[in-house]
Design a protein around this ligand. Structure first.
Ligand code: AMP
Length: 509
C-alpha cells in the first residue's frame, strides 16, 4: 500500500501524529512531483510546502498561539490548499468560511468557532485579518484538525470538531480499502466547507498524488466539467449522485470517454441505481469501478462502502427497499440498533458508528454532544448516533432514510428545522414548515409553507426569500413559498408532514 513507506512514521498513524507530517513525507520523497493543478498552473509539492510555511509564519507573526482555530476564507484555487496546510503547520485547526455565504452566516461561523485569525486571499497570495468581534473560545482538543459547520435543527448551525487522529484513521482506512496511490489524479470538486473535500484534498496529498482544482464555473457546468475530467486525465472522482446524473447526461450528449478514470466514489445522499447502471452500460469509463460510500461528517467523511456492479444492479433481480451502503471501512465500526440492542438480519434500526473515525463532538455544545455521542451498555466505546435508518442484509447495510427531518439536497445536509426556525423569526410569519420535494424531472428543491401573521397585513414570497437569502447559505434557501391559512397537525398537535406533502404543492423550483 502506498501510504506505508519508509519515510512515513512507523508507529501507526491513527493514534497520534498529524496529517501535515504525512504531507511533509511526500514533499521530502518527491519535491518536484505535481501536487496541485489549477487551470494552467502546476504547483509542485515543494512549492506547496513553501507557501504553507509562509502561511504558518504569517499566523505566528500575528502572535497567535498554536492549538486553536484559524478561519480560512479564500477563493477556490491552489493557494487555498496551501492556507489549509499552513494552518496545520502552525499547529492549529482550520475552519473554512465559504465566500458565497451571506455575511451574517460567515460572521456566525467565525465568532462561534472562536477563530482568532482569518486567512484570506491577498495581493501577495495571502493576508491575515483579526475578526471584528472578540471571539469566545470553547474548549477544543489539542490535536484539532478542522471544524465543519452543519445545519442545526434548533435553528443554529453546529460545528463538528475533528482531530488529526480522526483524519489519519480515515486516510489510512480508505487508502487500505481502495489502494489509492501516487499515480492517481483527483478532482477536487466539493467546497472545503463539506467533508467530502477532506477526502478529495488530503487523500491525494498524503499519497503523493495530484489534486486537480475544479474551478467554480466548471463545478456548475456539467459539460465543462466532463471536458476538464477528460483533459486532466482524472482517475478518482467523488460525486454526489444527483450531480453525477447531470455529468452522465453531459458525457452522453458529447460522446466523451474517460479512459483514465479508475474509481467513482458516490457519496452524500442515496445512490440512484438506474443512473449507475446507465453509466456502467454506456461504457464511458471501462476501467472505473463505482462505489457507494455512506457516512456523516461526525465519523470523518466515509464510514461504509459498497461496490455497484452491473450484476448487483441487474434490474431483473428482485428489488429490495432502500439502497445498499455495504460494510464499515477500517476506521469505523457500524452497528444497527433498536431498543438498545443490535437488530437481527433482515431488520431495520438506527445506524450507530464507533471507532477512531468518530469526531470529538460539537464545538461549545456539550449537551448536544452527549445526546449524539453515547456510550452503550457493555463498555464498547463511544458511538455516534447517526439518525439514519438501515436494514441489515447479508451483503451489508441498506440505507432506508432518516429518523428525523434532516434532508439532503444535491448532497448538502439541511435540517428543515433550521430553515423553519428562521422563517418563524420573520415578523410577517406566525407558522412555517419546509419540505424537500421533486419536480417532474426528479430535480429536488425546497418549498416553504407559511402562515402569515395576522398583524403583518400579508407577507409576500419575495420578502421571505430575501430574508432567508440574507441569513442562510444559498443551498438552504427554499425555491418556492406557499401561503396557507393553517398548517396540518397530527392528533397530538405536531406538524403533519405527510398531510403537508399531500397538499397541492409547486411542481417546479
Ligand atoms: P454529511 O454530514 O453532510 O456528510 O451528511 C451525512 C448524511 O448524509 C448521512 O447521515 C446520511 O443521511 C446521508 N448520506 C451520506 N452518504 C449517503 C449514502 N451513500 N447513501 C445515503 N445517504 C447518505
Amino acid at each position: 500500500m502506498e501510504l506505508r513507506n519508509a519515510r512515513t512514521p512507523p508507529d501507526g498513524w491513527s493514534g497520534s501524529g498529524r496529517v501535515d507530517a504525512w504531507v511533509a513525507a511526500r514533499v521530502a520523497a518527491a519535491p518536484d512531483a505535481i501536487a496541485i493543478q489549477d487551470r494552467d498552473r502546476r504547483v509542485t509539492y515543494a512549492e506547496l510546502d513553501r507557501e504553507a510555511d509562509r502561511v504558518a509564519r504569517m499566523i505566528s507573526a500575528r502572535g497567535v498561539a498554536p492549538g486553536g482555530l484559524i478561519g480560512v476564507r479564500m477563493r477556490r484555487g491552489w493557494r487555498m490548499y496551501a492556507a489549509l496546510l499552513g494552518v496545520w503547520k502552525h499547529g492549529s485547526g482550520y475552519v473554512p468560511v465559504d465566500l458565497s455565504y451571506p455575511s451574517a452566516r460567515q460572521d456566525f461561523i467565525v465568532s462561534d468557532s472562536g477563530a482568532g485569525l482569518l486567512v484570506e486571499s491577498g495581493e501577495d497570495g495571502f493576508t491575515t485579518r483579526v475578526p471584528d468581534s472578540a471571539p469566545e473560545r470553547a474548549p477544543v482538543p489539542p490535536d484539532i484538525a478542522y471544524v465543519l459547520y452543519t445545519s442545526g435543527s434548533t435553528g443554529r448551525p453546529k460545528g463538528v470538531v475533528l482531530r488529526h487522529g480522526n483524519v489519519l484513521a480515515f486516510l489510512d482506512g480508505v487508502a487500505r480499502a481502495f489502494r489509492f496511490g501516487s499515480g492517481d489524479i483527483w478532482a477536487q470538486f466539493t467546497s472545503v466547507c463539506f467533508d467530502i473535500s477532506v477526502a478529495e484534498t488530503w487523500i491525494p496529498l498524503v499519497t503523493g498524488a495530484r489534486l486537480v482544482v475544479v474551478p467554480e464555473e466548471a463545478a456548475g457546468d456539467p459539460a465543462a466539467f466532463q471536458r476538464l475530467l477528460s483533459e486532466t486525465r482524472v482517475s478518482i472522482l467523488s460525486q454526489v449522485p444527483t450531480v453525477f446524473r447531470y455529468l452522465l447526461d453531459a458525457v452522453e450528449e458529447e460522446g466523451t470517454e474517460l479512459p483514465s478514470l479508475r474509481q467513482v466514489l458516490l457519496c452524500g445522499e442515496p445512490v440512484e441505481p438506474h443512473t449507475v447502471l446507465r453509466w456502467l452500460k454506456a461504457g464511458v469509463a471501462p476501467d472505473a469501478r463505482v462505489h457507494n460510500l455512506y457516512g456523516p461528517t461526525e465519523a470523518t467523511v466515509y464510514a461504509t462502502w459498497y461496490e455497484l456492479t452491473e450484476e448487483n444492479l441487474d434490474p431483473t433481480r428482485p428489488t429490495r427497499p432502500g439502497t445498499p451502503i455495504g460494510r464499515a471501512l477500517p476506521h469505523v465500526t457500524a452497528a444497527v440498533m433498536d431498543n438498545g440492542g443490535p437488530v437481527p438480519l433482515g431488520r431495520s434500526g438506527e445506524v450507530y458508528l464507533s471507532g477512531p473515525g468518530v469526531a470529538w463532538g460539537y464545538l461549545g455544545l456539550p449537551d448536544r454532544t452527549s445526546r449524539s455521542f453515547v456510550t452503550l451498555d457493555g463498555g464498547t466505546g463511544r458511538w455516534y448516533r447517526t439518525g439514519d435508518l438501515a436494514r441489515v442484509e447479508r451483503d451489508g447495510l441498506w440505507f432506508e432514510g432518516r429518523t428525523d427531518t434532516q434532508v439532503k439536497l444535491r448532497g448538502l445536509r439541511i435540517e428543515l428545522g433550521e430553515v423553519e426556525a428562521l422563517l418563524r423569526t420573520h415578523r410577517g410569519v406566525s407558522e412555517a414548515a419546509v419540505l424537500l420535494t421533486r419536480g417532474p424531472t426528479g430535480d429536488p428543491f425546497l418549498v416553504a409553507y407559511y402562515v402569515a401573521s395576522p398583524a403583518s397585513g400579508g407577507t409576500e414570497a419575495p420578502a421571505l426569500r430575501g430574508y432567508l437569502t440574507d441569513r442562510l447559505p444559498p443551498y438552504m434557501v427554499p425555491s418556492r413559498y406557499v401561503a396557507v391559512s393553517e398548517l396540518p397537525l397530527t392528533l397530538n398537535g405536531k406538524l403533519d408532514r405527510k398531510a403537508l406533502e399531500g397538499l397541492a404543492h409547486p411542481t417546479t423550483a
